[in-house]
Design a protein around this ligand. Structure first.
Ligand SMILES: [Fe+2]
Length: 94
């Protein structure tokens, strides 16, 4: 269910460890969002659907929390995110 990280944590340089922890946190939150939204689609119980979608929304907040700290620590990622955003905006004329 969870995205697998194909790395040996013992080989990660100390400078990169926190950034990799944050990226792994983001992966876990994204997996959780998909899981809760998929389960919400599966149920016919409206209360359960509502609860699952609310939890999925909270997981999206958690993505933002991990991402905020990651972007503080990884300026290259911050720059590349902005570049990616601009590339897509130009591509789709927004
Ligand atoms: Fe979460």
């Amino acid at each position: 269910m969870l995205g697998k990280i194909p790395i040996d944590i013992q080989k990660i340089k100390k400078d990169n460890l926190e950034k990799q922890i944050l990226r792994t946190g983001i992966l876990a939150e994204l997996d959780a969002i998909n899981l809760y939204e998929q389960m919400a689609d599966m149920t016919e119980n409206k209360d359960l659907e509502k609860l699952l979608l609310e939890i999925a929304r909270e997981e999206k907040t958690h993505v933002g929390e991990f991402q905020y700290l990651l972007l503080e620590m990884d300026k290259q990622q911050k720059k590349e995110l902005e570049e990616g955003k601009e590339e897509v905006k130009n591509l789709i004329d927004k």
